[in-house]
Ligand binder design. Structure first.
Ligand code: ATP
Length: 291
């Protein structure tokens, strides 16, 4: 079983020829509401990849809360640990222009009200093969939950920020993309950044977009897993799909090489479709693409 303690957001996406300047109104072409948030995305990816998944977080008592909850349930995620709190759900207001550039405002809403996992939550987390954390909840809540987890902690350090030592001390596997790896270590070379990360945590994966991913462990294992060559139409949540699938395969006892190939295959399927949670592959698709 996989536990995820993290954010749930509604992405409000307006598509327009060009983004408005200050004080300006422009006509948009289309609009979509897409469930997102890195926590909910990773939970969805892991559930679709075949694991029992429990999600812990919060939504607001607004119109988006029930939609976010139902979206997770539809993917098979156990949402008994998803609270409803007064106020707005987390949202990301996204403007996508014809060049494909984004401008985004993220309002944490209910995510900002999460203080930590309850005793009941920790009982479930403690029975899990892994606890997946990201940095879209208040840092104090993330740190407290990581320290109390009693399960291997897998951290996606996004959005990137300074990482408290007490958080890193509780992490088994850290999975930054190459930009996050550089920001954390100050090293531009992903191999060198991987080496620096391993001075703080036992295992690390640096994802490299279409270049694949690097894995390293303090025990001395090093792997490079190439990306599956595909025509990408939307790489949103490729990283979350990768992490979710990676942890499912590790929980099934696969070798790191096999688990990374499973994750790269899931992520490659997701980049061939639009959206975040809407683009994630089911287990049967991943298995079919692997053979
Ligand atoms: P995002 O922020 O878009 O969710 P990320 O920056 O966290 O993604 P990436 O390093 O871009 O993460 O991608 C994660 C993994 O997804 C890569 O290691 C790779 O396996 C797969 N991937 C990403 N982009 C592509 C692509 N264009 N083609 C095939 N696979 C891809």
């Amino acid at each position: 079983m996989i536990s995820v303690f993290g954010s749930a957001n509604m992405d409000l996406v307006a598509y327009t020829a060009r983004a408005p300047q200050r004080g300006e109104t422009v006509a948009g072409r289309a609009f979509a509401t897409i469930p997102g948030g890195k926590g909910a995305n990773q939970a969805t990816a892991a559930a679709l990849a075949g694991a029992d998944v429990a999600f812990f977080g919060a939504v607001g008592d607004d119109a988006f809360g029930p939609v976010l909850r139902r979206g997770l349930e539809a993917a098979g995620v156990d949402v008994r640990g998803l609270r409803t709190v007064a106020g707005s759900s987390g949202i990301a207001q996204i403007v996508v222009d014809d060049d494909g550039s984004n401008s985004i405002i993220v309002v944490p809403g209910a995510n900002g009200a999460v203080t930590g996992a309850s005793a009941d939550d920790l009982e479930v987390i403690g029975r899990s093969d892994a606890l997946l954390l990201q940095l879209e909840l208040p840092m104090a809540a993330v740190v407290a939950t990581a320290r109390a987890a009693g399960a291997p902690v897998v951290l996606t350090p996004s959005p990137v920020q300074e990482l408290p030592g007490e958080l890193l001390d509780a992490v088994t596997l850290i999975v930054p993309n190459e930009h996050e790896a550089r920001a954390i270590t100050g090293l531009a070379d992903p191999e060198e950044a991987l080496g620096a990360l391993l001075e703080r945590v036992p295992e690390a994966v640096v994802t490299l977009g279409s270049e694949g991913a690097l894995y390293g462990s303090r025990a001395g294992e090093r792997l490079h897993v190439p990306a599956v060559p595909v025509r990408a139409v939307d790489t949103t949540a490729a990283g979350d799909t990768f992490v979710g699938a990676l942890c499912v395969a590790r929980a099934e006892g696969r070798s790191n090489a096999e688990a990374l190939r499973f994750a790269a295959t899931a992520a490659a399927l997701s980049v061939q479709r639009e959206g975040a949670s809407t683009s994630m592959p089911a287990r049967a698709e991943i298995d079919a693409a692997l053979t």
